[in-house]
Structure formats: C-alpha cells, structure tokens
Design a protein around this ligand. Structure first.
Ligand code: GLC
Length: 468
C-alpha cells in the first residue's frame, strides 16, 4: 500500500461521522440521567459537589486556594474585590513524577511544604500572630480527580486519572490527608472546601461574568487540558441518588453543582470510537478501561496517539525518499514521549514546505523527512486533533439538551472553559462549533458562547471556601 493510501485509511479510522456524533450525544444524555439516579462504577459518575449556589460577582474577601491538576500544583492567594474582579498571587510547581506514583504521606507532605513556602513569602504576618486561632485562613482545595464527595470539605478518592498512581491514597479522604500535613507544619489553615477544577471553573466564570451580563447565563464549566471534564447546575430533586435524609442541611436547597466526570463517559465503548491505536493507548495507562472518553480527547493523550500512529507508518514516513534514516536516537518507541504541543504545532504549521514540522520531527524524533512525508504527518495529526474537538462537542451538546437550556433561557448560553487544549490547540473551538451544528443543536449553536475562564480552578476554589 502506498503512503498516501495508508494515511487515508488511518485518517478514516479517526473520522467521526455525523451519525456517530448524534448517537454519542443521545448516549451522553442517557448516561447523564442514569448517573443522576444510580451510583455506578463504570458509568458516568455525576458527583454531587455540595456547592448549591453560583456566585453573583459581589463576593469579597481574601482566601487561599491550592490546585492540584494533571501537571502542576499551584498555591494561590485570591482577593475577591466584590465587583466581579479579583487579584491573584500564585506559585506554580510541576509535580515531580516520583511523587505522582509514590506514597500518600510523602505526596501530601510535598503539597503542604509548597503551601508553607508560599505563606512564608506572601503572608509572613500570619506566622507572627500570637492568637493564631483568629487568623486562620480558609482554604479551597481544587483536586482534579474523581472523589466521592460527602460534604463540601470531605471526599474520598475513587481513582487516580491522568497518569497519577499513588495506590494507598485510593479510598481515603483527601481533605483529611492534606489537613493532617498542614497541621503537622502548624500552618494557620483550615481546608474549607474540596472542589473539582470544573466546579471551580463554573464558579469563576459566574463570578467574573455574573448572570445577565453580556446577555448570557453560565451553564457549564469545563476543562480541556491534561484531562477533560465538565460541571453544571442540576435541580436537587432530579438527583435521585442524592439521599436528602443523609444530608438534611440541604433540604431547602434547590440546585446543586454536579461534577459529571465526563472523562468516564461510555467506558463500555457502546458508542465512542475505538480504533487499534485507542486500544494500544488504553493498555499503556494506569487506569485501563476507565476514563475512555478522556483518552480520545485530552492533552495527555493526543501526543501519545500520534506516536502510536507514527510507529505504524514509520517505514514509510521516516525512511526512503532519499533522506537519511538516523533513527538510532529516536524517542519514537518511548511511550508518552510526545506531548500534545507537538501535534498542536504540526497541525498549525502553515510554513512553506512545513519547515516547522521538519524541525520538530528532527528535534523530537531525530528523523529527516521529505515534504511528502511531512504532509502525511500533518494529515495524521489533524485527524487526531479534529476527532478530539468533535468528541468535545458531545458533552456540551448533551448538557445543553439535557438541561433544556436553549428553551429555558432567552439569553445566550455561556460555557466557561479552561485548559491547554482549548487554549492552544489550533482552531479547537471552531472545530467544536462545526460539530455542534451537526447535532440537534443545529444553528442554535450561535447562542452558545465558549469563553476562556483563566485561573478558573484557583479562583473557583476561593469562591467555594467563601461559601463554606
Ligand atoms: C480528569 C479528572 C477530573 C478533572 C479532569 C480535568 O478527568 O478525573 O476530575 O476534572 O481530569 O482536569
């Protein structure tokens, strides 16, 4: 088979037909409703967050927030000014891989050390207080992994995602684990809220863009970054699995923000595509069989999918055509060696003769390529990126349809989004929009505004600490 036909075949394997897209949206709506009724292991978790209102923009105060994401740990001090604006000081630390797969105590100890360093630099006064009790900071803890939440500041870890694998932490309350390390260091901090990053993003977007302003209503907070997930407000009476007798303090509440954990949509692969590269990738992850939707979409996986595809066509792409095969030092056979910035750069390359792709392939994989070979690599990258964006439209369409937001609100529907993929992958939002138009949303797509909610998870955690 020629290179052109091989590439064509792989591109087809990554193509989402209109039929598949619509079947996926229908199945997403079913999974949403099922998850609200039943506690499920393989199904979509639909986790009640214990957050029962969204901000108005008038909130005020200084709060600490920490944010553990897929790649970084951030410590922030957030000042909410009460007028939809905030000031933020933060320190950011890439989490060392050894901690990500190490022991619980050491890991949470590492987080507490970073909090201590931050306080020493930015809130020195707090250490000098004699009456520390009165000066205790309320801290919001953004923890971007699935937890079974039992109160605003209680939640047990269901499982790790995005490459983390600290085995003995599973089943433990992550707030208590962090508070224990904070107490050991005698820091004046009370962990007041445990927040998923998507819940934080929804809160931030609502704070910075209060309802009614810009003529829209914030419906969804979502992340397309290392992982992917979304949160939205649900009527408490619809959350059949939420036992009000166990949570009598919630009896008068009407709404609750739900962390969908949509990364686990369709783990059984009833509808979403599963080609041989998806299959190989799944086997390389520490959570095989879970978060299957995420593994087709988010930043942690796009580069790895490209690597697996390139392995299959390597004999056509990296040799022949008169170019030298200097592959002795290649990363091609090293799992996770390509991060998502690589397909993003290749996809966006509009330089003459794809020279940027040439440099990238040479520096990362060590190969020279001909123009035809680079065009093939670009086509393959684009296919992976486009599938990711089309699939990303599924939960957005699904939640808009499930909540009947287009009929309920006369204004536009606002979606707050954060994460490296939506921010940096070329044309990601435009591709989501093309896919939205192919669903039942149709031309109402223009009423859906997707706005970046930068720092969403940090500010959102502060807003949740305030509620607490
Ligand atoms: C993963 C986590 C989820 C988080 C998402 C985005 O899917 O399980 O909790 O919200 O990544 O960071």
């Amino acid at each position: 088979m020629s290179l052109v036909s091989k590439v064509q075949q792989i591109v087809e394997e990554f193509t989402i037909s209109d039929e598949l897209l619509n079947a996926a949206v229908d199945h997403f709506i079913w999974a949403t409703e099922h998850g609200l009724r039943h506690h499920t292991d393989l199904g979509m978790p639909m986790i009640p967050s214990f957050v029962t209102s969204v901000p108005t923009g008038k909130e005020k105060g200084t709060f600490l927030a920490v944010d553990l994401g897929g790649t970084n740990f951030r410590v922030c001090s957030v000042e909410l000014n009460g007028d939809s604006t905030y000031d933020l000081i933060q320190s950011k630390h890439p989490v060392p891989h050894d901690y990500m797969v190490g022991k619980t105590e050491e890991f949470f100890g590492y987080l507490a050390d970073k909090i201590e360093e931050f306080l020493k630099v930015h809130h020195e006064g707090h250490f000098a207080q004699e009456d520390v009790e009165k000066k205790i900071f309320k801290m919001g803890f953004t923890f971007s992994f699935p937890v079974d939440q039992t109160a605003l500041n209680r939640g047990t870890l269901i499982r790790w995602t995005k490459g983390y694998d600290i085995k003995d932490a599973v089943g433990q309350d992550v707030v208590l684990l962090l508070q224990e390390q904070i107490n050991k260091r005698k820091l004046p901090i009370h962990v007041a809220a445990l927040v998923n990053d998507t819940v934080g993003t929804l809160m931030t977007r609502s704070y910075t863009k209060p309802e009614g302003s810009e003529n829209s209503t914030t419906l969804i907070g979502c992340i397309f970054g290392t992982g992917t997930n979304g949160a939205y407000s649900e009527k408490i009476k619809t959350i059949a699995k939420f036992d009000l007798t166990q949570n009598p303090e919630m009896i008068n509440e009407k709404l609750m923000v739900i962390n969908t954990e949509w990364g686990s949509f369709d783990n059984r692969l009833k509808v979403i595509p599963n080609n041989r590269f998806d299959d190989q990738l799944n086997k390389l992850t520490p959570n095989p069989g879970y978060h299957m939707f995420e593994k087709r979409i988010s930043g942690m996986f796009l580069g790895e999918l490209l690597r697996l595809v390139l392995i299959e066509v390597q004999n056509d792409i990296f040799t022949g055509g008169g170019v030298s095969d200097n592959s002795t030092n290649t990363n091609l056979n090293t799992p996770w060696s390509l991060d998502s910035s690589i397909p993003a750069l290749i996809d966006a390359d509009d330089s003459k003769d794809l020279t940027k792709t040439q440099q990238m392939v040479k520096s990362v994989l060590g190969f020279d390529t001909t123009i035809e070979q680079r065009q093939a690599i670009q086509q393959l990258s684009k296919a992976i990126g486009k599938r990711s964006a089309y699939l990303s439209a599924v939960p957005i369409a699904g939640l808009v349809l499930h909540t009947k937001a287009l009929e309920k609100f006369s204004q536009d529907i606002d979606v707050g989004a954060d994460g490296s993929v939506v921010e940096f992958y070329p044309n990601f939002e435009q591709m989501i929009r093309v896919a939205l138009r192919k669903t039942k949303i149709g031309d109402q797509e223009k009423r859906i505004k997707i706005g970046l909610a930068k720092d969403g998870s940090g500010v959102g955690a502060a807003l949740c600490a305030l509620v607490a």
